[in-house]
Design a protein around this ligand. Sequence first.
Ligand code: SF4
Length: 197
Amino acid sequence: MKINEIFYSLQGEGYNTGTPAIFVRFSGCNLRCPFCDTDYSKGKEMEETEIAAEVAKFPASLVVLTGGEPAAHVTASLVELLHAEGKTIAIETNGTQTLPKNINWITLSPKDMFLGKKAAPVLSEADEIKIVYDGETDMQEQIKKYEHINVKHRFIQPCDTGNATKNAEIIQHTIAFCKQHPEWRLSLQTHKILNIK
Ligand code: SF4
């Protein structure tokens, strides 16, 4: 498996914000979002047992499989190995591919609003859905596309465009959206605000 990095930090986004977690970042993604901050080129091949051994060095129980697109790589045997280390497994996925069984927490972050039908999620359920808002997508229309997906928690997260003025505008629109649609909550990239990894 090609691994971009394994590191220990706090979950910065969504329902588990603030929770200490070990991040396993897989290299590569089947999509190409315009704002993606993942470096696809870097990574080293690791055996599943090596990944589990590296993860076991950290005291937190939560492991976040992220990317890139972890669904393109993660296997049932890796899930088993991580469980054997006593870990709880979360995954952050664009939802375009099916997942192995027994993942404890699924964060679905669809990207079809940026890339069209080829990025439409195929998952029918998730623990949380997290939508990135770029200030341009008609979110009212967009959320209708996910009504059939069974989710426990709904988050909308302002896109970091790299432009402070534009970001401030997007945040205001995102807050207004949450107030109009109270079943949706604001998710912030707190790791960026705190300047942690
Ligand atoms: S789905 Fe995620 S990892 Fe893949 S290109 Fe989009 S933002 Fe990057």
